[in-house]
Design a protein around this ligand. Structure first.
Ligand SMILES: Cc1ncc(COP(=O)(O)O)c(C=O)c1O
Length: 396
């Protein structure tokens, strides 16, 4: 009887932390190094900041914590003239949930039918009618938004821009890395993202004051991690002596820190990041060539650090089951429309938006990671197109 050759499973993500990385980490741990609040975090932040081309970077315990931190820091900095914000309907729960938790009045913006970021007409309309002070955007699956136009709209309506870049580590647009275009940008180093620190995240900013506030908010609201100048200002303004200062809290803080162990891992991962980005970009190109009958996400991205391959199909459940039978993972195209999720509808009712609803009902994404070979992409595309009925989004 012929032996059936079994295909290897193709997962959405593969660990970027290798066996040699783990040996290096073990040796470092066994050498008796301090595992948290020590020099590795500072070194990782410095290397990441430099790689990003930003002035500051703050290591956190997740991408979600990074979003929470940058949003709350803007509030604490007194940078916002009101608590009105625009957020993308096609986003992630923790792009939006900190805004709810901090009492913002949130308007959801529809998605661009091509890059799946913000729809410019709807954004302009919301700025005009709602007069928000803040905009958070998401670069969906690594694709840049129309940043030039969005920055111009923000300037005209006096809106601060922050970027949830958790799916776009390494993508560039306008000659700059995504995440460095606004007042602050967030990243995720969860296992399923471009690089892993097991769990982890980062915020980057060029704003010195925001950086200082984030450092304090990350660690209980104390002043210990701040610059000498900022610490002296806080202690003298509040008349606090050196001893009392050790446990004096200047902001209503959190504990959003990661560990030095994870910073050590992050430093080894950062060295591989450019290669990982190149591999993801190549895989995107291969998918695009094989799946030309389906919706293709396009964007003004120069380097595309693709997170996954997103497209639209009419028979999603059938496709999901076929891929599953072939041991290929897939997911809905991130959240679809966040305005149709129970956490949102329970409070605000349904938020129907033309393009985001299409993403919600027809969107699917296929695996892309640094260990996928061209033959893996080919196999996924072949199985996918053997069953998937294209849904073409009307981009007019
Ligand atoms: C756009 C976006 N923002 C935030 C997050 C949250 O990142 P984390 O899982 O590290 O909390 C994710 C996670 O996938 C995401 O895709």
């Amino acid at each position: 009887m012929p032996i059936l050759k079994k295909n290897k499973p193709i997962f959405l993500a593969d660990d970027t932390i290798t066996q040699p990385d783990l040996h290096e980490l073990s040796n470092w741990i066994l050498a008796g190094n301090r595992l948290t609040k020590a020099s590795q975090t500072i070194a990782f932040e410095e290397e990441f900041r430099e790689w990003m081309g930003s002035r500051h970077a703050i290591f956190t315990n997740s991408g979600s914590s990074s979003n929470l931190l940058m949003i709350y820091a803007l509030k604490e900095a007194g940078a916002l003239r009101n608590l009105k914000v625009i957020a993308p309907a096609v986003s992630w729960v923790t792009t939006v949930s900190p805004l709810m938790q901090f009492g913002f009045d949130i308007s959801l913006c529809d998605s661009d039918p091509v890059n799946l970021g913000l729809d410019l007409n709807h954004l302009e309309y919301l700025c005009k009618t709602e007069r928000p002070s803040l905009l958070i955007l998401v670069h969906v699956l690594g694709h840049a938004n129309h940043l030039d136009q969005i920055k111009e709209i923000c300037m005209r309506w006096d809106v601060h821009l922050i970027e949830d870049s958790c799916e776009a580590l390494g993508s560039t647009s306008g000659g700059k890395k995504l995440g460095s275009h606004g007042l602050a940008g967030s990243f995720s180093f969860y296992y399923g993202h471009h690089i892993s620190t097991i769990e982890g995240g980062m915020v980057v900013t060029d704003d010195d004051e925001l950086h200082q506030i984030m450092l304090s908010l990350r660690s209980h609201g104390w002043s210990r991690d701040l610059s000498k100048e900022k610490r002296n200002n806080l202690t003298s303004e509040n008349n606090i002596d050196e001893f009392r200062n050790l446990y004096t809290f200047y902001y209503p803080g959190f504990n959003l820190r990661s560990t030095d162990l994870q910073a050590f891992i992050g430093r080894t991962q950062l060295k591989k990041l450019n290669k990982i980005v190149a591999c993801r970009e190549r895989n995107f190109g291969l998918y695009k060539a094989s799946l030309s009958d389906y919706f293709i996400q396009e964007s003004p991205t120069e380097t595309l650090s693709s997170f996954a391959y997103g497209t639209f199909v009419k028979n999603r459940l059938e496709v999901f089951n076929k891929l599953k039978a072939e041991q290929i993972e897939c997911r809905p195209l991130i959240c679809g429309n966040i305005g149709r999720h129970p956490f949102w509808t329970r409070v605000n009712g349904h938020c129907d938006l033309k393009n985001a609803d299409i993403v919600h009902d027809y969107g699917i994404y296929l695996p892309n990671h640094h260990n996928m070979l061209p033959s893996d992409v080919e196999r996924v595309a072949e199985v996918f197109s053997s069953i998937a009925q294209p849904f073409i989004l009307d981009s007019k």
